[in-house]
Design a protein around this ligand. Sequence first.
Ligand code: MSP
Length: 672
Amino acid sequence: MAKKFYITTPIYYVNARPHIGHAYTTIACDTIARRQRLLGADTFFLTGTDEHGQKIERAAQAAGKTPQQYADEISAEFRNLWKRMGISNDDYIRTTEDRHKKRVQELFRKIRDNGFIYKGTYTGQYCVSDELYVDGAQPGDPCPTCGRITETVHEENYFFTLGAFQDKLLELYTNPEFIRPETRRNEVISFVRSGLRDLSISRSTFSWGIPVPDDPKHVIYVWLDALANYITAIGYGSKHAGAQEAFKKYWPADVQMIGKEIVRFHCVYWPAFLMAAGLPMPKAIVAHGWLLFEESKMSKSRGNIVRTETILDVLGADALRYFLLREVVFGQDGSFSFDALVQRYNSDLANGLGNLASRTLTMINRYFKGEVPRPSPELADEVIREIAAKVVIPECDRFFTDYHFSAALESIWIRLIAAVDKYIVTNEPWSLAEKKDEPSQVRLATVLYTAAEALRIATVLAYPVIPDATAKIWTQLGLGDIKQFDLNKLSWGQLPPGTKLGDVHPVFPRADKSAIERMQQMEEQQRTLPPDEKPSSKINLVAEMPAPAVPQTVPPVSATPAVSEKITIDDFAKIELRVGVVKVAERVPKADKLLRLEIDIGTEVRQVLAGIAEAYAPETLVGRKVVIVANLAPRKLRGLESNGMILAASLEDGKPVLASFLEDVPVGARLK
Ligand code: MSP
């Protein structure tokens, strides 16, 4: 019987549209899933969306939609994008689906019946953005994960006896395969060793969630709800025999892939919940690093996202897949740039694999009427054969198994494709073809067979990463459906001489410089368009609620100067004006004029609240230089501390226009 293989992505929050950070995880999982299928495993690949909780409820409210409407729209965006990218997921779970809700309630009941849930009162700080209880924080403290100011929660909750699992968890981590890579494992071990407090697992002050069984005033904590997707999707808690069977077959998961920021939820809470329910542990939780753009984590709140669609439109899905897995060392952070993307595309895909395929196949068409020639055994080209059979095939096996995608691709490209390119240039098949004598013809057949066989091996090894182009090359080689190939049996010499080639077309047309500009322009357009006019979407994410009374945070520097009392130079010198650069900009829930900014003023990063949301979309502000009154006493607005004030002209219609400079000025510079 085929071995089973179950792999999951995190389920993505529906408060933001998909970007290439989300695509990164999904692509990595898709690559692993495709490789497992090629190895004959009965593979189940799950992804989906995380749709409950306060963060989603607030985002929906700000968009003037019901949470369900809002979740439906964004979840569909994720789903359609994965379809467009050819992601091979076997199921797509949404936490608002009935099947999930019922099964989460079953899980809650089970944990409660097993004696690990009790009722109490929670008083403490909560980060809505991370949906995280922040132990030990005081009112006004920032979240240790994202830096946003935490909110105070005081409510009756159900608690989970997390503290009771400390020893069992530490024992679990003695298995070095459970948390990968090692650095994350060490972090988790020291976190758990420092002691675990019981965890609140319900909320009672809002309602967008799954009701606690028998006590519907409470909704289940969104992380318990979300983590459970990994088992509810495959049938946990179902009464149907088929679903129960599927659960028995696929659980425990073989790989649960996540980004490094959600390690604690997956490596501490999740196994503890499973232990409490008496369920087996997943085999491996694998955490990758972040995709950075313009040097910081790509995320909606930083306004530095790159949409996947832009890259798909211009270069196609394979280009993005290859770039991300080749360029970023898995487990570490890696940078994205359009320049690097196009450079990789041209050098490795257009000039590398694409060129090898088209020149080899075109020569077989031309010199052997489109049939793979028979190599001469005496003239067997051992160097290429040895590289493929003894180096690249085993290296790929090892590197892919260890999630070292970039090393596997390096092996295929640098060791094999580059060697075959050199081999073709050295052997000059075009010159051999001109000499019509027998030895030259035999040599020509051997050279082209060797090139075609190496191409076949490179193609099938690269298939999990670039499935679309490799499937085409496979057909051009006359080999049919690449998905049917048994990767366990891959060895040199399987290409049958006499195979009739399919129609030959280039798979990776070269991209010129305009591709970079086109993609940059497309992204620029997205940033500057009002959200509801963005081409990829019909969703309005901008707050359109009645204006609450928001204190004026922009000083009234009038367009027509009013005569006012004179001040002395000493009075003026008391005001510390500095140049800052906006690092983070986001709307403040339920305040349609307010933006929350994080501004770097050279010596520190300040949180400032500014009443400019009606004039500036947050994403247009990130990276912009502003003038800040740096020595203004901090004050609280909407429960958030504002530490400084940014300067703007106030026009007659009340519209603020930010003060800026014509020349470039360094961050931290003082205005006098
Ligand atoms: N909903 C939770 C996860 C619940 S899983 C039971 C969540 N969602 S999220 O939308 O914020 O997605 C987080 C995941 O998206 C990360 O863990 C990572 O897999 C991926 N990424 C989002 N931005 C990313 C980068 N900039 N870089 C790399 N991965 C990124 O957390």
